[in-house]
Design a protein around this ligand. Sequence first.
Ligand SMILES: [Mg+2]
Length: 124
Amino acid sequence: MAKTLMIVDDSATMRKIIMRTVRMSGLEFDTIEEAGNGVEALEKLNASPVDIVLCDINMPEMTGPEMVKKAREMSSCDNTKIVMVSTESAQETIDGVMADGANGFITKPFTPENFQEKLMPFMN
Ligand SMILES: [Mg+2]
């Protein structure tokens, strides 16, 4: 069954780069949505959940880790996998957000293979 994806990043350029890299990875999504921050993302996820969210860490309004915590309290996101995409590579940051309910972490700069590897387990 085709999957749905949401890319959450405050940089429109970065969202485009992520989208292009996901396409290059060979993974196929039915729809790819975008959100510019955690607040916008949660509003959209509440209205129509997606299978996988790619989420930035540093964003205005609501950071990625704050968004993960809130998403994990929403029943609409029960089956949503959240994979962080960030330049933040401190183990403490990664461990913290994974403990809060993220399902994976991709560090920037990334390659199509990184997306292939980290998202493939969620494509069944
Ligand atoms: Mg950012």
